[in-house]
Design a protein around this ligand. Sequence first.
Ligand SMILES: Cc1ncc(C[n+]2csc(CCOP(=O)(O)OP(=O)(O)O)c2C)c(N)n1
Length: 574
Amino acid sequence: MSTVAELLIESLAEYGVTSVFGVVGDALNPVTDAIRREDRIEWVGVRHEEVGAFAAGAQAQLTGRLAVCMGTVGPGAVHLLNGLYDAKKSHAPVLAICGQVPREEMGTEFFQEVDNDRLFADVAVFNRTVTTIDQLPMLIEQAANAAIQDSGVAVLTLPGDVGGLELPDGTAVPRFIDTRPRSTPAPDVVQQAASLLNEADKVTLLVGQGARDARAEVLELAERLAAPMVLTLKAKEGLERDNDHEIGQSGLLGNPATTEAFEGCDVLFLVGTDFPYRDFLPSGKTVIQLDVRGSHIGRRTPVDLALVGDAALGLQALVPLLEQKTDGSHLEDTRESYAKWRERQAQFTDPDYDQKPKGLLRRKVDNPDARVRPELLAATLDRHAAQDAVFTTDTGMATVWLSRFVQMSGRRQLLGSFNLGSMANAMPQALGASVLDRRRQVVAFCGDGGLSMLMGDLITAVAYNLPVKLVVFDNGQLGMVKLEMEQVGLPEYGTALANPDFARVAESVGMRGIRVEHPGDVDAAVKDAMAYDGPVLLDVLTNPNEVALPPSPTLEQGWGFAIAKMKESVDSAE
Ligand SMILES: Cc1ncc(C[n+]2csc(CCOP(=O)(O)OP(=O)(O)O)c2C)c(N)n1
């Protein structure tokens, strides 16, 4: 005979779940007790449930399989919400097991009672409260299968008196299904796409993570079309390496070559991408879009021809119909412009950059207090991190530096809150990645604002011996917001952070802490941190004035900066 909680945990273990993140308590006590007795599952007790949800979402994205977190009655469940939204928007299959007050108290405004079915209605693809054992085993199976098949969040709520209920002998253990159908775009539409592409002089590709299983096909497509390839940040992981067509990212963190590629083409071909920044997409072009989700077609820019289907299957049908383009000028021009931009960026990765002669008079600057440029830090991390490392990055300027200076080798993996855009994701995601495989290097690019938001879970890295490398880009401010304010001509306000010495904070919870203040010390410190066998926090004081210009800053943005800077200097003079 087994209980509801035991059946749930047994089904998860049978499927292959190896860890569950959460905070213990009341209604979920039978569930944690079942985990305690299940050797195949590790319990990871976090200090804030949001961390558990981010960690589970990270695991789901790294493996493509179901991951699990828990939050108990009321506030415990509420705390999961932001991490679950991130999983939803990243299409990560996550099961959240939540507690509820006992059945006889439900609907009475009982202590801690929150209506989970309403709370999670927007975030979940499946969201049910177990009210009778007659719903089992089916409800468990439905929850997990919905998360896996719809690539989203399932919430299963257990009232306080339900987890320990005994089930009839012989109750089947629920089984979950990983395989998903693949669809091919209609042949006549593929033929039309081939005609449009064959007639075009210059084609530009914008490729997203939807093409992650279509690397060979995308490269062949680009070759046939002699096309430059703009990669979304999420596509960087699989497509950046050994790719003579890629020209980096567009959007706020992008580079001018992508604008040239967009503006200079006749046909823009979007492959497996829901890239949301429509201001960066060109107008007046013929647009073809290939996406497995028909509902995503045309929601960012008007589309002339829609191919609905799997990227690999769609391109396997399309590429043989394409003629080899012989004029490579569009590709060459944009690649050259990309190379020049990279050269300009690379100069900031020189530790002596701020001491070198500059300007018309070639004056040598004597600046012993020069702060570390974030470009230098990111490039050094790229150099010393393992070729199979997992990188996570906080929302903020850290993402810009990672996008520009970290090369994805093919075995490296990359996680961020790229669709929800939440702060504080990098450290929790790193914990999730590290729990999956403690021998694999995990490097988190943390903002100082981001890290301090969920800083209590530094303790989790120590308590569970998770050898994460947490790197804080410590610019003493909410840098991205400062940039936003300046772009629209507002003086910065509310963006300064009174930070502690994060390395000492880390040391105080039992983690190794390293603080770096000078550019000349970055290399040795990064090397040391990467080689360290255990959790380590590297707190690097970075230059707060480092500005990452978007690829085509508008005239208004230019004026915005000038006006903001004037206002700031007037204010500080007052
Ligand atoms: C939870 C959350 N709160 C607020 C924001 C708005 N926001 C976006 S970036 C940012 C600043 C991030 O600062 P920090 O982590 O220090 O990184 P920096 O940009 O300085 O590198 C803020 C406040 C957000 N995205 N998420």
